[in-house]
Write a protein that binds this ligand. Structure first.
Ligand SMILES: Nc1nc2c(c(=O)[nH]1)N[C@H]1C(S)=C(S)[C@@H](COP(=O)(O)OP(=O)(O)OC[C@H]3O[C@@H](n4cnc5c(=O)[nH]c(N)nc54)[C@H](O)[C@@H]3O)O[C@H]1N2
Ligand SMILES: Nc1nc2c(c(=O)[nH]1)N[C@H]1C(S)=C(S)[C@@H](COP(=O)(O)OP(=O)(O)OC[C@H]3O[C@@H](n4cnc5c(=O)[nH]c(N)nc54)[C@H](O)[C@@H]3O)O[C@H]1N2
Ligand code: SF4
Ligand SMILES: [Mo]
Length: 689
């Protein structure tokens, strides 16, 4: 492995970008080799702590399986290393061929969670528009955008994260923050230390629940009933912030009338939560208005009425008056920097971005095409063919629903390029695999909008033959003849400087600071002087249906189509994807010390169900859904660790891909998000007794 560190000895302070938390880290360099990563105690995010994934960065970048040369799939299916220039020439020739035959829009770009958000994804967006295609896909077809849509519909912005440290009540809806967002969890615990009460709403016992003052074991898919019950209780008892509601919201009368349906008995019947617990929770909120904060987890996005449930949750916060106050839900402000995207110059909306007609809000608010629908277009079932795709930082064969279809669709392409650190299950289908540069091999801008901080990550190392994201898209653009026009900057440092030019952020200050520089003073209660960025300028407790096609103006509750245990003894609701501390989606499966801790995928089942089905620990069972089946080992949970009738399988495993069971057609009609949390399955024994 030929690598060069940018300093030969010493400590480089930068940010970890192995998840979107961006904790501050110190990277130790000794004799031109990175030897250790520790948390940066002075950094406001992380405060010296790093999680298991954070500690694995060096094992990942120096891993023996890392790809360091472009690979081309030969007719016999084997991959052969080829020179980088040859790869770029062949890829761009093929792109020109597709463009000439069926049009530029038949080529898409796709970024995954590894490089999602802001700068790295904006390179891909810029490139694909410069090529003439509107088709940009990302992991936002299954993550974050549904939340954004819901928040935007109600209040016109997304809070990034509530102010837990100063809150009185912290409601954690369907999330396991201790594992998934350790810095947020630390803020939650700070709040607890100051007296805040923590409420965790989840069908199973989680690490986060251990810190809860109130654990609400809810039947999956019924969060909507609970939140309406809480809204109803608040309004009925006059405990909401009536003055805030009067001045700053629209739709309250209809909202209130709808809430009346949800009395304690109804809510308890729907959610399976005892009436006492619901009353306790409602009173807790009522006593602590307005310092209420919330976290909405991924499980609310992965349900078929997800956007509306989240709208109701956001509205609950707003009627408590927790909007943009300390201890509530901040209205973040971003610096006024330049964007790399071309939507203002080359919108291409007339070229039918995939999914923009069916999921207009996904496109309107996030400029995202639907990666689920992309599969249909690849398979010739769309309005036009999708024949080429460049995927970087994603592994959709393991992470998109209906894996068999994803595999078939990607395999049918005329051109599939995958940029990754490893030969992943998705890369195996590619015509070309391009080595990717990890986060330590690039420099990019990052903003912490809650803290009004801008930061610059540092390139610490480079590997011979590996081009970073910017260089890669520029190389393609140069070969296609539009590099000079759209990728004129010689390198990413020049891009970074261009982005912040004129914004008031000083580049040299960024280069010097390890903790980021403040780009504006922190402001609260902005609504007193600035209208909310919604059509009415107010919080929209109900939304004009014309902007919100086919959906009720009130975020109505829809009872789940299936409830655990309702259809007989071997039918279950399968929740997929609960996160493990060691793995990040499909990542880190090749880190040996993690493999030892969690060597294989398992299906988790309640002890009572296991006993009923005569299933024992470690036994292999067959799980069958409408879409596919999977044989997997059993792990039995104690009866109080999960509600009966519910199964749990993690995602991202090659040797047990749970997305073989998930259905890409079962989705929230507003966001286009797949149901990944409540999949109806049957369990069969594979061994005779
Ligand atoms: N270590 C690690 N950290 C990660 C990731 C990772 O893969 N590994 N992934 C990152 C990404 S991209 C994301 S999106 C986040 C996700 O972060 P979280 O939102 O915290 O996701 P999960 O850990 O899956 O927790 C979801 C919880 O919802 C519960 N649940 C399932 N169905 C329902 C329901 O209907 N209602 C309620 N109330 N709860 C339900 C599940 O039991 C589970 O405990 O994590 C991020 N952080
Ligand atoms: N069944 C089920 N499926 C799910 C979920 C679920 O809960 N249940 N959760 C969904 C969610 S929330 C999300 S966000 C998606 C995530 O879906 P993906 O974005 O596909 O997730 P990863 O497996 O993290 O894929 C990242 C890839 O990028 C590579 N990589 C790492 N660092 C870099 C880098 O710096 N540059 C480049 N170019 N590549 C890099 C990694 O090796 C890996 O192959 O999964 C979704 N899939
Ligand atoms: S939470 Fe872990 S993986 Fe995420 S940025 Fe912090 S140290 Fe890195
Ligand atoms: Mo995600």
């Amino acid at each position: 492995m030929n690598s060069r560190t940018l300093v030969s000895d010493g400590i480089v302070s930068t940010l970890c970008r192995q998840c979107d938390m961006h904790c501050g880290i110190n990277v130790q360099v000794e004799n031109g080799r990175l030897t250790k990563i520790t948390g940066d105690k002075g950094h406001p995010i992380g405060r010296g702590k790093i999680c298991p994934k954070g500690t694995a960065a060096l094992e990942m970048i120096y891993h023996r399986d890392r790809i360091l040369s472009p690979l081309k799939r030969m007719p016999n299916g084997q991959f052969k290393p080829i020179p980088y220039d040859q790869a770029i020439a062949e890829i761009t020739d093929k792109m020109s061929e597709i463009k000439a035959a069926v049009g530029a829009r038949s080529i898409g770009a796709w970024t995954g969670e590894a490089i999602g958000f802001l700068q790295q994804e904006e390179y891909a967006r810029r490139f694909i528009h410069a090529l003439g295609s509107p088709n940009y896909f990302s992991s936002e077809s299954v993550c974050y955008a549904a939340r954004h849509i819901a928040y935007y519909l109600v209040q016109g912005y997304y809070p990034a994260c509530d102010d837990y440290a100063n809150s009185s009540v912290i409601l954690i809806w369907g999330a396991n923050l201790e594992i998934t967002h350790p810095p947020f969890m630390r803020e939650v615990l700070q709040g607890k230390q100051k007296g805040a009460k923590i409420v965790v709403i989840d069908p199973r016992k989680t690490r986060t629940e251990r810190h809860a003052d109130l654990a609400v074991r809810i039947i999956p898919g019924t969060d909507g009933a609970l939140v309406w019950g809480l809204i109803s209780h608040l309004i009925r008892n006059g405990k909401h912030d009536a003055e805030f509601v009067r001045q700053y919201t629209v739709g309250f009368d209809d909202f209130k009338a709808y809430a009346e349906k949800f009395d304690l008995a109804v809510v308890s019947r729907e959610t399976g939560v005892p009436t006492d617990t619901i009353r306790q929770l409602a009173d807790l909120i009522a006593r602590n208005v307005p310092r209420i904060s919330q976290y909405v987890g991924i499980s609310l996005e992965h349900q078929v009425n997800g956007v509306n449930v989240i709208r109701a949750i956001v509205s609950l916060g707003n009627i408590c008056g927790s909007t943009d106050i300390p201890g509530g839900s901040p209205w973040p402000e971003y610096p006024d920097v330049r964007r790399l995207t071309l939507y203002d110059h080359l919108p291409l909306d007339d070229l039918q971005p995939i999914g923009a007609d069916r999921f207009p809000l996904l496109y309107q608010f996030r400029k995202q095409c639907s990666s689920l629908m992309a599969m249909d277009y690849m398979l010739g079932q769309g309005d036009y063919p999708l024949r080429g795709c460049i995927i970087t930082g994603a592994n959709p064969v393991l992470t998109n629903p209906n894996a068999a279809k994803v595999k078939q669709a990607l395999s049918s392409l005329d051109l599939l390029v995958v940029k990754d650190l490893f030969v992943t299950e998705t890369a195996r289908l590619a015509h070309y695999i391009i080595p990717a540069a990890s986060f330590l091999e690039r420099s990019e801008l990052h903003y912490y909008p809650r803290k009004y901080l801008a930061a610059l990550t540092r390139k610490v190392i480079e590997f011979e033959g590996v081009r970073n994201e910017y260089d890669f898209w520029k190389d393609l653009a140069d070969a296609l003849g539009f590099g000079e026009r759209y990728f004129p900057w010689p390198d990413e440092t020049a891009v970074n400087q261009w982005i912040i030019e004129g914004s008031g952020i000083d580049f040299q200050a960024l280069e010097k600071s390890t903790c980021g520089v403040e780009y504006a003073p922190v402001r609260r209660r902005k609504f007193e002087t600035t209208p909310f960025p919604t059509p009415s300028g107010k919080i929209e407790l109900t939304t004009d249906v014309t902007t919100f096609r086919g959906s009720p103006s009130i975020p109505e509750y829809l009872p789940p189509r299936h409830r655990p245990g309702q259809e007989g003894t071997s039918v279950f609701l399968l929740a997929t994807g609960a996160r493990s501390p060691f793995y990040y989606h499909s990542r880190y499966r090749n880190i040996e010390r993690f493999q030892k801790r969690k060597p294989e995928p398992v299906v988790k089942i309640n002890a009572l169900d296991a006993e009923r089905l005569r299933i024992s620990n470690g036994e292999k069972v067959r799980i069958i859904s409408k879409t596919g089946e999977l044989v997997i080992s059993v792990k039995i949970l104690k009866a109080d660790e999960v509600l009966p009738g519910i199964l749990q399988i993690g995602h991202g495993w090659d040797q047990g891909n749970v997305n073989l069971l998930t259905d890409d057609a079962d989705m929230d009609p507003i966001s286009g998000y797949p149901n990944l949390k409540h999949v109806v399955v049957r369990v069969e024994k594979t061994q005779c007794e």
